[in-house]
Each structure stands twice: as structure tokens, then as C-alpha cells.
Write a protein that binds this ligand. Structure first.
Ligand code: ADP
Ligand code: MG
Length: 171
């Protein structure tokens, strides 16, 4: 397997649909860095450094916030010892069939409630495993349901001691 895959890069602006439509913001990163990984959903750890100069925030960010809906996942119980620097994450690499995208994307949902967005921040991730292939969905609700399952699978997998040690690769 190619794991662990470590990438250090900068959070870019995407199409602004994660938060608004799915209640699940995803920090977009340049997909070229993960070219060796097939499309699909992965899990691992992420560290964000907001000390960098903020990038220009697209104007739809405020609009999107107003349409936000929160997905119903209880992060709390698993986050205690991790809160602070190194967070669990789920990452999607794909062509986003649901939206009929023409462009490949790599998007990291950090399983943590941040008070604000962090466009332009430095982000380090370590990818540790594969969850599932990309799917096409009939409805947004079906997609949201799968995201919720992905998050549970990620948190469950990351409980393993060997995966906890992998935090040291990025923090
Ligand atoms: P975009 O299409 O620009 O990626 P999203 O709706 O996917 O827009 O929102 C992503 C942005 O939300 C990230 O770039 C980041 O600044 C912010 N954000 C806030 N909380 C999180 C989180 N838990 N995981 C990932 N990004 C988050
Ligand atoms: Mg995104």
C-alpha cells in the first residue's frame, strides 16, 4: 500500500458547495500532490496552521454561510484527547460525479468544529487508509448519509494505536 502519504500544502478556495449544500466544509488542496492515490474516500490526520497570510476569500463565502446546514454527527465523544493540533479527517479525491465536475479535486473535511474559515492556511495531512470508492448519488440526502458513515468509519479506524502514532508524522 502507499500509506502513509504525507502532504504539506495550502488551503485553496473551491466552489463553495461543501458547507452550503452538504453542511460539511472541505478544505480543498491541489490534487496533483495526491496523484498516486486513486479516486475515492480516505481517512487520516490533519494539522492546520492559520499563521499564514489569509488568501483572498471569495465573495460567496458569506452567502454560503447563510445557507449552511450542519450535519448530524457527534464528534464530541472521540475528540477529547485530540483537540488542539492534530485532527482526524476524511478526504475525498475525485471528479465529483454528483455535481458533474469536469475538474479533479482533493478535499479534506477536518472532523472538528472551527470558529471560522481558514483559506490560505498551511495544511499538513497524513493519509492512512482507504474507505470507499467514489459514488454517484440520486439525492443530496443520500450523499450526506454516506459522508456521515465515512466520518464514523474514520474515527473508528483512527482509534487504533498504530494510527495514533502516525500523528507524529505531521505534528
Ligand atoms: P470550498 O469550495 O471553497 O472548499 P467549502 O464549502 O468546502 O468551500 O468550505 C471549505 C472551507 O471551510 C475551508 O477552506 C476552510 O477554510 C473552512 N472550514 C471550516 N471548518 C472546516 C472543517 N472542519 N474542515 C475543512 N474545512 C473547514
Ligand atoms: Mg471544499
Amino acid at each position: 500500500t502507499p500509506f502513509p502519504v504525507v502532504v504539506e500544502t495550502t488551503v485553496e478556495a473551491g466552489f463553495g458547495r461543501g458547507s452550503a449544500e452538504l453542511g460539511c466544509p472541505t478544505a480543498n488542496i491541489p490534487p496533483g500532490l495526491l496523484a498516486k492515490l486513486d479516486t475515492g474516500v480516505y481517512y487520516g490526520w490533519a494539522v492546520v496552521d492559520q499563521a499564514r497570510e489569509p488568501a483572498t476569500v471569495p465573495e460567496w463565502v458569506e452567502q454560503a454561510k447563510q445557507r449552511e446546514r450542519k450535519i448530524d454527527v457527534n464528534y464530541g465523544s472521540k475528540l477529547g484527547p485530540l483537540a488542539g493540533t492534530c485532527f482526524p479527517m476524511v478526504m475525498s479525491i475525485g471528479w465529483n460525479p454528483f455535481y458533474d465536475n469536469k475538474q479533479k479535486s482533493a478535499e479534506v473535511h477536518i472532523i472538528h468544529q472551527f470558529p471560522d474559515s481558514f483559506y490560505g492556511a498551511a495544511i499538513k495531512i497524513v493519509v492512512l487508509g482507504f474507505i470507499r470508492n467514489e459514488q454517484s448519488y440520486d439525492s443530496v440526502d443520500a450523499l450526506i448519509e454516506d459522508i456521515q458513515t465515512d466520518i464514523k468509519v474514520a474515527l473508528h479506524s483512527l482509534d487504533r494505536p498504530a494510527y495514533a502514532e502516525a500523528q507524529n508524522l505531521i505534528s
